[in-house]
Design a protein around this ligand. Structure first.
Ligand SMILES: Cc1cc2nc3c(=O)[nH]c(=O)nc-3n(C[C@H](O)[C@H](O)[C@H](O)COP(=O)(O)OP(=O)(O)OC[C@H]3O[C@@H](n4cnc5c(N)ncnc54)[C@H](O)[C@@H]3O)c2cc1C
Length: 393
């Protein structure tokens, strides 16, 4: 059985016995279910592959926390993403989008909305998506234009959403739309929109360099009852930012999973590749590259663990650490994957080789849930200016 985690990191006080047990369960599950992503041509039909992974995760209780009284701790969510990403890109995607899209419902839904939606999301008979971005409004959430006009006892939605993960396979979309209670970010509201709502259409399915269920949506006179509002009118920005603040660290965790797989592949190749009457692993420059990869892996793992620990312990400034973890882990994972390709030489570039796939799969993590530049902006805003003047001479 492959163990996708670093046992030394897991033994640190950031983690508890239940986390170490969970790591073992994740390793066992991904080993037993690898056929879900190996036996099928995942890249030819990512939607079908992803749906079968979501259903299998649901059947085995991986989303049960979505219908339990206690919200999940983020160390557990991060470990799930790390282990699934180590195993497969779509396995991580299938888990993460369902968890992310259901979280605003967990945090803001009325009792009736919870009863209506959470059981189906928890057993994965229903699939969720989170539709925030638009073509002209990605990083700039305040520029969202999809309109939700108050008509009679409900709302009518008109406009578009872009880059929606699970778009096309979702049964339920959480949609952030402009209701105009205030300017910019103050005039947004979250809505729960079943995929069957007349006027909601998948405009186009998007093929990216690492194929996945991903689509643009159109809303044309899409009528919703007033009880579709999630949380309060005018509160949509808060609904969106709250979930992003929390899930950014999980993107760091997924990056860690991809990076550790790249590291393992690089080590294996370096140890087995004969060269100059020895092995690649014997060359000092290659050893130095591997050492740099190891340092980055450790730093990323510690930053992810710290961010999740901060959130799980109710620390107010967890969002800063979530951004730090995402920024460092995703940027360093890109470096680690690139170094793994380099160590493989030409063999590293074969399209369906592990390194070839990782090279395509790792790229999007520096863009979604806030680009690296947005994370830097958040971190810069959180700098402690009370330290100014305290510098030692
Ligand atoms: C795989 C994937 C899945 C996604 N899933 C979803 C989803 O499920 N739901 C959803 O709503 N969206 C989703 N997105 C969209 C994603 O959230 C946006 O792509 C992201 O927020 C960036 O927006 P943008 O693409 O419009 O780029 P832009 O905002 O146009 O940014 C372009 C460039 O400008 C830089 N930039 C922007 N603002 C600043 C700034 N203030 N300072 C410095 N540089 C800046 C950016 O960092 C970037 O380099 C997904 C994207 C990907 C790739």
């Amino acid at each position: 059985m492959t163990f996708p985690f670093d046992e030394e990191i897991l033994s640190l006080p950031f983690y508890e016995e239940r986390h170490r047990a969970l790591a073992g369960q994740i390793a066992a599950w991904t080993t037993a279910h690898s056929g879900l992503w190996r036996d099928v041509e995942a890249e030819d039909d990512p939607e079908k592959t992803e749906l079968s992974i979501i259903r299998a995760l649901g059947e085995d209780g991986w989303f049960a926390f979505l219908n339990e009284s206690e919200a999940p701790d983020f160390r557990s969510l991060c470990l799930r993403r790390e282990g699934l990403a180590y195993a497969d890109d779509l396995a991580d995607y299938a888990f993460s989008i369902q968890a992310l899209a259901a979280t605003p419902i967990l945090r803001h839904a009325s009792a009736a909305q919870r009863e209506r939606y959470l059981p189906g999301l928890a057993d994965a008979s229903q699939v969720a998506a989170f539709a925030l971005s638009e073509e002209q409004a990605g990083s700039d959430i305040a520029a969202l234009q999809l309109r939700a006009d108050r008509v009679g006892n409900g709302y009518v939605l008109n406009g578009r959403k872009a880059w929606v993960a699970n778009g096309g396979i979702a049964d339920l979309y959480t949609v952030i739309a402009r209701t105009g209670e205030g300017p910019g970010a103050l005039g947004l509201t979250a809505f729960l929109v079943p995929a069957t709502t007349p006027g909601l259409q998948v405009h186009d399915r998007i093929r990216t360099i690492a194929p996945r269920a991903f689509a643009n949506l159109t809303f044309e006179d899409c009528r919703l009852p007033a009880d579709s509002v999630l949380g309060r009118p005018g509160h949509g920005f808060v609904v969106a930012v709250e979930v992003l603040d929390r899930f950014r660290m999980t993107v760091g965790a997924a990056a860690l999973g991809f990076a550790r797989r790249a590291m393992d592949a690089a080590l294996g190749r370096a140890a087995e590749r004969p060269i100059y009457d020895g092995r690649l692993l014997d060359l000092p420059t290659v050893r130095a590259t591997l050492a740099d990869m190891e340092v980055k892996l450790n730093a990323a793992a510690l930053l992810v663990a710290r961010a999740a620990w901060e959130l799980d312990h109710g620390r107010r400034r967890f969002a800063k650490h979530s951004s730090i973890a995402k920024l460092y882990a995703t940027e360093s994972a890109q470096d680690i994957v690139d170094a793994a390709v380099q160590i493989h030489g030409a063999a590293g570039l074969i399209a369906d080789s592990p390194t070839g796939r990782l090279y395509r799969q790792i790229r999007s993590l520096r863009i979604y849930e806030g680009t690296s530049e947005i994370q830097r902006t958040v971190i810069a805003q959180s700098l402690d200016l009370t330290r100014v003047g305290r510098t030692a001479p």
